[in-house]
Design a protein around this ligand. Structure first.
Ligand code: O2Y
Ligand code: MN
Length: 595
């Protein structure tokens, strides 16, 4: 209970409607987390991992039908359908509320309702916002306690101010506790619903990740993007990192890449370049506000990592491996005979005998993977060995560079810089990835994911482009972050041209030096590219030919790209800002008149 009358009334109203057997107010203490986890072990929802190998850590296996975010069941219910835009699913808010109210009635029978007061951002930071999630899932309660700042202090700091109400149910009421399953969910009906006008979130039927941990994509991106539009700040799908050069000079970068393009790896990168250092502030979400000095300051609203396990290894991301050594919840990965976890890519050699994420005996001969490709770890930020000293700063950190990127085997060079902010907004609006391997016959298809926000923007994407352009008018060019576009994934005949991982520090160095205004570039029709002698390649086994290809800008390929962008922009109709149309035409003219 709290002194905030609105909170109490809201909780009582929902308790009366959902009819849980009991209420539990989460206080956020370490012993509370342990006892909730113990109770889940007792119940069969968690397996405690071998204490001597992975202290205080647990494995959960989801229902096989509930393994990822479901975009088809994600809705933006704005009163005005036009506000939702062509890239989101819209539904009329009244009708959606009626439909969901019916589903929520009695949905928590036989269960506990957990009330989770949480802060996105450091409690009492001027950039932080408070949410309260009610849920009938203890899995959600213990994951939220890692991913956000939870507890009594949050309610005290809230006082009698408003909060973002977040309602979640797995949608499986119990008439008899013996009917429960380790991972309750509703196989028939799933809804992940944002109401941007009321600034509230209702989720039903799924217990997994972004569908259920409502502070993450639902609040910190979809609802926060609407708040940011209305209040003049930015809620972005971006990592935040500190970059220090050998002279000890430090800058902060933010970077947006579509889901599953290696943001966590970049955020925790160990540079191969001597004397350079990377420190992590966040791997997924950045909230950015202007400071009094006219610079953009970024803060990670989250408190933990919800990272993809498969592919995470000592080679790909040693800092992530060190982060998850204790106090970690693993979901949908494999279990080793000695009570530890394993997933594809963790080690080159596959263990002889495992229990798969489907709780089946598994051997290396099995065709299906032992871990689900979207298997996850939930681990505290504070356990990251390369955590930035300012990770918890209430004012955030000043951003010098924004990096956009995607997976493009051709056309897009390793790195280029936008001419200015508006051109940078154009580059963000055309982020794309190309399928290089797919079972569904879409290989070679370019998918646009503007600002990596396509599934996460809570309003009309064309208005969101307009918001970015407006942000650029709120400060001056010398104070705004410089904008870059990177592509680690360029190929020739199916062979990667760039080694990636720690070697990406070479590109970060060029970006750093660009921020200092160094004369290290050549001007091309698409932007500023590294002068070949100014990209540090010492000690890298790469041919001149490959470097040339990595930095090649081919007007004939780019003119085809222009056609594709023009087709993509058509979905926004008249609402597309004229400035982006102008940027596209100017690019076309520069390409036509080049060389
Ligand atoms: O499948 C899920 O629910 C997880 S989605 C996710 C989790 C952490 C960071 N990013 C993402 C994403 O989809 O971008
Ligand atoms: Mn993400």
């Amino acid at each position: 209970m709290t002194n905030n009358r609105k909170v109490n009334e809201w909780v009582q109203e929902w308790a009366a409607w959902c009819q849980p057997d009991r209420l539990y107010w989460c206080k956020g203490a370490a012993n509370e987390w342990q006892s909730l986890c113990n109770a889940m072990v007792q119940h069969g929802s968690f397996i405690r991992l071998n204490e001597s190998k992975r202290p205080s850590s647990f494995l959960a296996r989801s229902d096989p039908s509930d393994v990822a975010r479901v975009e088809s069941r994600t809705f933006i219910c704005s009163a005005d359908q036009e506000q939702c835009g062509p890239t989101n699913n819209w539904h009329a808010p009244d009708e959606m509320q009626q439909r969901l109210r019916k589903l929520y009635q009695g949905c928590m029978k036989g269960r506990t309702m957990y009330i989770i007061p949480f802060s996105m951002g450091p409690v009492r930071s001027p950039m932080a916002c408070t949410g309260i999630e009610i849920t009938d899932s203890p899995y959600v309660a213990v994951n939220m306690a890692i991913m956000t700042r939870v507890g009594e202090e949050v309610l005290q700091a809230l006082g009698d101010r408003p909060f973002i109400p977040c309602v979640h149910s797995v949608g499986m009421p119990l008439s008899n506790p013996a009917e429960d399953t380790p991972w309750p969910c509703n196989a028939q009906e799933k809804y992940i619903v944002q109401f941007p006008d009321e600034r509230m979130i209702w989720s039903y039927g799924s217990g997994y990740g972004g569908n259920a941990l409502l502070g993450k994509k639902c609040f910190a991106l979809r609802i926060a993007s609407v708040m940011a539009r209305d209040e003049g700040w930015m809620a972005e799908h971006m990592l935040i990192m500190g970059v220090t050069n050998p002279r000890g000079e430090k800058k902060y970068f933010a970077a947006a890449f579509p889901s599953a393009c290696g943001k966590t790896n970049l955020a925790m990168l160990i540079p191969t370049l001597p004397g350079w250092k990377i420190e992590t502030l966040g791997d997924d979400i950045a909230w950015m506000h202007f400071g009094a000095d006219g610079r953009l300051y970024a803060m990670n609203p989250e408190f933990g990592f919800f990272g993809v396990a498969p592919g995470t290894s000592q080679r790909s991301n040693p800092n992530a491996v060190a982060t998850i050594v204790k106090n970690t919840i693993f979901t949908n990965v494999a279990l080793t005979p000695d009570g530890d976890v394993w997933w594809e890519g963790l080690s080159e050699e596959k263990p002889n005998r495992l229990t798969s994420w489907l709780n089946q005996p598994w051997t290396p001969e099995d065709k299906a993977p032992a871990a689900h490709p979207n298997g996850r770890f939930t681990a505290p930020l504070t356990q990251c060995p390369c955590l930035d000293p300012d990770w918890d700063s209430p004012q955030g950190v000043p951003i010098s560079a924004i990096l956009f990127g995607g997976r493009r085997p051709t056309v897009i060079p390793l790195v280029h810089q936008a001419f200015d902010w508006s051109h940078g907004v154009f580059t963000g609006s055309i982020i794309s990835s190309e399928r290089t391997a797919a079972a569904d016959g879409t290989v070679g298809m370019v998918r646009r994911d503007p600002f990596a926000m396509l599934p996460f923007c809570g309003y009309h994407m064309a208005d969101y482009f307009g918001h970015w352009l407006k942000i650029g008018k709120q400060s001056t060019a010398d104070k705004l972050p410089k904008v870059f576009y990177v592509n680690w994934f360029r190929q020739r005949n199916g062979r990667w041209l760039w080694p990636g991982y720690g070697e990406n520090s070479r590109v970060l160095k060029w970006v750093f030096e660009r921020c200092d205004g160094e004369d290290n570039f050549v001007r091309t029709p698409i932007g500023l590219l590294p002068r070949a002698d100014k990209l540090s390649l010492d000690g890298l086994n790469i041919s001149r030919d490959d470097v040339e290809e990595l930095l090649a800008v081919r007007p004939e390929q780019w003119l085809k790209e222009v056609v594709d962008i023009r087709r993509f922009y058509q979905i926004f109709g008249q609402r597309l800002p004229n400035e982006l149309e102008r940027q596209l035409t100017e690019l076309e003219v520069r390409l036509q008149t080049s060389g």
